[in-house]
Design a binder for this molecule. Structure first.
Ligand SMILES: Nc1ncnc2c1ncn2[C@@H]1O[C@H](COP(=O)(O)OP(=O)(O)OP(=O)(O)O)[C@@H](O)[C@H]1O
Length: 267
């Protein structure tokens, strides 16, 4: 290394910490049921990762550790370098935006605008900054024109988009989506895919919809019986018949995972 390159590299900022770092995470429910046995998972900033696995694999249990709803029995979780711990819980919950499967679990205010404003208002943001953040989040999900509507007057697909806005407005480090394509008609499913591809954000997507995982997530992780059974490029994992059968993963009849490449960006 020359003196000039050494000087330049010492001036470069260090790379950002991973968006998500899970190390040796183990968890047993209070009734003694062991749901996770030492999970290690690192997701770098900007990655989109599908979390796959059969019913009961431990996917929800893992997600509930990301924002401190559950506390590890062993191991640790960090979000952009900040440990998930009681003393950091408010900041952790801002950094981890979880979109639950049922948007009605997340929407409870009289209007869309108030639902999207709820999180930042609770964090002390007021006035023009609050209005600007809410407007920007609704624009991101294409729902600005519905701002004054009651959420329960919207379609399921529209409510899911508003639920995404309620977490985007917090400017999270990582967006965690639980079954984002469930109950969506084909057009809403595609529109949500386009929306997710337009976001410059780290994504962890829990899904049983394997074509959706393939389209949106270049990388997939298979969780099975509380351990990571595979971690790699989604097309490779979904083309591995033995792996798929061993973990009860099934593609739709006739679907060839080699016929689709993960999309990098929205059209
Ligand atoms: N509150 C609880 N008390 C005891 N055991 C639980 C509890 N919640 C989940 N479990 C068990 O922990 C294991 C993991 O469950 P989890 O909900 O994390 O699986 P999952 O991969 O999200 O499944 P699914 O695809 O069906 O949503 C399962 O065996 C489940 O029965």
């Amino acid at each position: 290394m020359t003196a000039a390159t050494a000087a330049r590299s010492s001036a470069e900022p260090p790379p950002p910490p991973p968006s998500l770092e899970v190390s040796g995470l183990a968890y047993a429910y209070p009734d003694g049921h062991q749901a996770l046995y030492g999970v290690d998972l690192t997701v770098e900033r900007g990655e989109r990762v599908a979390l796959l696995g059969p019913n009961g694999a431990g996917k929800t249990t893992l997600v509930l550790h990301l924002n401190g709803i559950l506390e590890p029995g062993a191991g640790s979780v960090a979000i952009a370098g900040l440990p998930v711990a009681k003393r950091h819980l408010a900041e952790i919950r801002r950094r981890v935006g979880i979109v639950f499967q049922d948007p009605d679990d997340q929407l409870f205010m009289p209007t869309v605008r108030e639902d999207v404003a709820f999180g930042p208002a609770a964090a002390g943001i007021r006035g023009p900054e609050l209005a600007a953040r809410v407007g920007a989040a609704l624009d991101q999900v294409g729902m600005a024109e519905y701002a004054d509507r009651p959420p329960h007057h919207l379609s399921f697909g529209q409510r899911r988009r508003v639920a995404v806005a309620t977490v985007l407005v917090m400017e999270p480090e990582i967006l965690v989506l639980d079954e984002p394509s469930s109950n969506l008609d084909p057009a809403s499913r595609r529109e949500l895919a386009d929306l997710l591809l337009s976001l410059d954000i780290t994504v962890l997507m829990v899904t049983h919809d394997l074509p959706y995982a393939l389209e949106l997530c270049p990388r997939a992780v298979v969780l099975s019986e509380g351990v990571i059974a595979a971690d790699g490029p989604t097309p490779e994992l979904l083309s591995d018949g033995e792996l798929m059968a061993a973990h009860r993963l099934e593609l739709p009849f006739g679907f060839d995972p080699r016929s689709v490449s993960p999309r990098r960006t929205a059209p």
